[in-house]
Design a protein around this ligand. Structure first.
Ligand code: NAD
Length: 482
């Protein structure tokens, strides 16, 4: 059922059925490009969560024993359905999150491939046979950990949910997913693909509601064996502590504040173009977005001028409009955060080279912004901006710049630009980050792991490592001749 906006009605998915929350409570879904309410998201009650837990428990018994070929087949069918629907899913995503349509459609296509990657990789979840005494077979096996509780945010309405769903299901684990109440229809569209592909009831449950209430209830349940979260560092720490108290493993994909080091031997113009392109993707609301630009003093002017040119060339508008490169921020909280971080930096002496304010039109639009002369004590230099702000600061000594880069509790992404192989290796060895890109701003790929160090979390998504969190290792020694 579609509303006038072309935004679908959203339901919870519990025990194989689409349903409203038991109490009939809903929250509005807002189009960030217009500030109009475009739909309602149903909110789950504790009784709804209990049904989801019961379904996941029963789903585990069925899904773990489903032959791997059948499991893979269902996941590939779901991926094909999603590929066929990418344009429709992209449109829903733009309506509820704001990113440009091409970016949204590309995300929908890409996550279908994420699913294929995990489905295929699960076929290689090998154990091993260890040489042992005669008459004894010593093996190591990898088994699904069990039902997963997963919590994902709004910045990648398809990417966030799919990373968790695909790894869990491929590994043989059922999942109770709480997707973002701000981008619920994209998550529901993904779930529909699995349902239509023939996934057994109870294996994939989708809920929305009060995030704190849902996470507290699910984590405490003995049914749940793994807690997987993507989001901010403070919430990640809360959930990890809660899970730790009941001895449950967690997978934590948290925020970052990625440094970009432009070294004395780099090409400042190429570096500025590459960094600016990455900076304004998804209006900067990406956990790996480059966000602290440390530039050798000899390149400061060339880098800044080119970066400003690139920022001013970004076409900002409704993601559905032709030619839009950057949409609005996803919600009003981010808009206020941009205003507050900018005002604080300026009050401490920073200069705005371009942007610096919200656009004078409805919607949560904030101009691509470049700041220079930003002092080290500006909040922008230590708080993850998660928006289109680019503070540029000079350095003279590379090791001092590395100390600044490593000086925050974050350790997710980092970027370096240099023409010297030796300097590149120095950066590769010294930058405290889980994801390092040299001479480009590389995005995530299915084949390689993503994840952080320090407060940015632990565990990896993507690559062969992606299944590790969802599998447990069991040692089995079998005496054949007792
Ligand atoms: P937030 O910390 O309130 O929420 C982040 C996400 O966590 C949301 O999806 C929210 O629903 C969920 N959440 C919040 N409290 C929860 C709880 N107790 N249990 C379970 N889930 C919970 O912040 P926000 O305003 O939505 O986003 C702001 C900040 O979050 C950003 O500045 C950024 O640092 C971080 N963030 C990070 C990522 C990422 O990919 N790492 C994504 C989105 C937001």
């Amino acid at each position: 059922m579609n509303t006038d906006h072309g935004y679908p009605a959203v339901r919870l998915h519990i025990a194989g059925e689409w349903c409203q929350g038991g109490a009939g409570r809903t929250a509005p879904v807002v189009n960030p490009a217009t500030e109009e309410t475009i739909g309602e998201v149903p909110l789950a009650t504790v009784a709804d969560l209990d049904r989801a837990l019961e379904a996941a428990d029963a789903g585990f018994a069925c899904w773990r024993d489903t032959p791997i070929a059948r499991r893979t087949d269902v996941l590939h069918t779901a991926a094909d359905l999603l590929t066929a629907r990418a344009a429709e899913v992209g449109r829903i995503m733009t309506l509820e999150q704001g990113k440009p349509l091409a970016e949204a459609t590309g995300e929908a296509r890409r996550v279908a491939d994420t699913l294929r990657w995990h489905a295929d990789d699960a076929r290689r979840a090998y154990g091993r046979v260890i040489p042992s005494a005669p008459g004894t077979v010593l093996t190591v096996r990898r088994e699904p950990v069990g039902p997963v509780a997963a919590f994902v945010p709004w910045n990648f309405p398809a990417g966030g949910p799919m990373r968790k769903i695909s790894a869990a299901l491929a590994a043989g684990c059922p999942i109770v997913l709480k997707a973002s109440e701000e981008t619920p229809a994209t998550a529901a569209a993904l779930v529909a693909c699995f349902v239509e592909a023939g996934l057994p009831a109870g294996v994939l449950n989708l809920v929305f509601g009060d995030p704190a209430e849902i996470s507290a209830h699910l984590i405490a349940s003995p049914v749940i064996r793994l807690v997987a979260f993507t989001g901010s560092v403070p919430v990640g720490k809360q959930l990890a502590a809660r899970a730790g108290a009941v001895m449950k493993p967690t997978l934590m994909e948290l925020g970052g504040h990625a440094p970009v080091l432009v070294c004395a031997d780099a090409d400042p113009v190429q570096a500025a173009r590459s960094a600016a392109r990455a900076k304004f993707v998804n209006a900067g609301q990406v956990c790996t977005s480059p966000s602290r630009f440390l530039v050798h003093e000899s390149h400061l002017d060339a880098f800044t001028d080119e970066f400003v040119r690139a920022a001013e060339a970004v076409v900002v508008g409704d993601g559905l409009a032709e030619g839009t490169i950057m949409g609005p921020l996803a919600n009003e909280r981010r808009l206020h955060a941009m205003e507050s971080l900018t005002a604080d930096a300026v009050a401490r002496g920073a200069k705005i080279r371009t942007g610096g304010e919200r656009l004078d039109r409805p919607g949560y639009f904030f101009a691509p912004t470049v700041l220079t002369d930003v002092p080290a004590d500006a909040r922008l230099m230590s708080e993850e901006p998660f928006g289109p702000l680019a503070p540029i600061v000079p350095f003279t000594d590379l090791d001092a710049a590395l100390r600044v880069a490593n000086g925050l509790p974050y350790g997710l992404a980092a970027y370096g630009f240099t023409d010297s192989a030796a300097t590149a290796e120095h950066l590769a060895g010294r930058l405290e980050a889980g994801i390092l890109s040299l001479n480009h701003c590389g995005g995530s790929v299915h084949e390689a792991p993503s994840g952080g160090v320090k407060d940015s979390g632990y565990g990896r998504e993507g690559g062969p490592e992606a299944l590790d969190a969802y599998l447990v290792t069991k040692r089995v020694s079998h005496l054949l001749t007792p």
